[in-house]
Design a protein around this ligand. Structure first.
Ligand code: PHE
Length: 343
């Protein structure tokens, strides 16, 4: 019996070496340990025929041998499973010495995004918060809340897209509605900019597009004056076009400011002498601005007798055109790679 046990153990050990896959391993396990006809099982059944003394000894030996055989089996199984993963790793391995393929073309930021982030950097450095607002806006916020009543002719200046079946929703025509949203939500004092996409129902041409970007600014606090507005706008102009840049403000009507101005900067190309870019005027119009109208403050829940502020709207798309000398605003929306890959 002792010899039989050692022999069977050795036999399994030898045969395991040639079990090279899991089905082979499973067959071996069954051959030795199947409950009904396993070689080891059968051998152990013979224990019963031995005299009592020997049976005890052989029983103990049998258990030891069984443990050894089982652990040999499981060691082989782990090895086979590991080998499977190793093979996988082999086929998937990266040969770092292989010649490399030309790199795939990488995308990059849109010129509008570049100008927007530059301005965000400038404004955050002056303590402004960056805010967002919905592009699909209610008629109330887009018009009424910024002091453009339904029957006001100023509505004609900003025709937009209406949503079928939703008469009171519009694609926002400017970022100004976020002035009121911001006042309602954050109260005063406030210092914020709102870069974002706006829409106009326009016959498009090189200077007009149905989709454009603006950057709104809003500062409301006690004792804010027009000189603060001028200071900020001059800072922006110099940041964009250099220290020598001058700002010219001229009265202009916007329903949501009083007084209102339109802002121009000296042409960065001819420095005021007159050229093609500035249409021989020496000035480039880049924003609208003014002191926030009391009605707008009131709409935002702020008492205009206590607080005042200024607001401005930079034509972001316009700045992009000027910065990169883009002659047609419509290029910005095309997604045409011949245009985009130049930046
Ligand atoms: N919202 C105005 C426009 O779209 C620009 C503007 C903003 C003017 C803030 C004054 C103050 O034309």
């Amino acid at each position: 019996m002792r010899d039989d046990l050692y022999r069977i153990k050795q036999e399994l050990a030898d045969r395991l070496k040639t079990a090279n896959d899991l089905p082979g391993w499973e067959a071996l396990e069954a051959e030795y340990f199947s409950r009904t006809a396993g070689k080891f099982t059968n051998l152990i059944k013979k224990l019963k025929q031995l005299p009592e003394e020997e049976r005890k000894i052989m029983g103990r030996l049998g258990n030891e041998v069984k443990d050894e055989m089982l652990s040999a089996l499981s060691a082989r199984r782990s090895f086979l499973e590991g080998a499977r993963f190793a093979r996988l790793a082999e086929t998937e391995a990266i040969d770092v010495t292989a010649p490399f393929l030309p790199p795939l073309p990488m995308g990059h930021l849109h010129p509008t995004t570049h100008v927007q982030s530059d301005l965000e950097d400038l404004f955050t450095s002056m303590g402004f918060t960056i805010l967002d607002g919905p592009e699909l806006e209610s008629e109330y916020y887009n018009f009424e809340s910024v002091n453009i009543p339904a029957d006001h002719p100023a509505r004609d200046m900003q025709d937009t897209f209406y949503i079928k079946g939703h008469p009171h929703w519009v694609m926002r025509t400017h970022t100004s509605p976020v002035q009121v949203r911001a006042l309602e939500r954050y109260g005063v004092p406030i210092r914020a900019i709102v870069p974002g996409r706006c829409f106009r129902n326009e016959a498009t041409d090189p200077r007009h597009e149905h989709t454009l970007y603006q950057l709104e600014g809003l500062v409301v606090d006690r004792q804010i004056t027009f000189s603060h507005l001028k200071g900020i706008l001059e800072t922006v102009a110099r940041y964009l076009y250099g220290e020598a840049t001058q700002v010219r403000l001229r009265p202009k009507f916007y329903p949501f400011v009083e007084p209102g101005v339109n802002g121009e900067v000296t042409c960065f190309l001819c420095a005021g002498a007159g050229c093609r870019v500035c249409k021989e005027t020496g000035w480039l119009e880049i924003f609208g601005a003014g002191m926030v109208h009391p009605n707008v403050l009131t709409a935002g829940g702020v008492d205009p007798r206590e607080y005042q502020g200024f607001a401005f709207g930079l034509g972001l798309s316009r700045l992009v055109m000027l910065k990169y000398k883009i002659e047609d605003v419509r290029h910005l929306q095309t997604g045409d790679l011949r245009f985009l890959s130049q930046f």
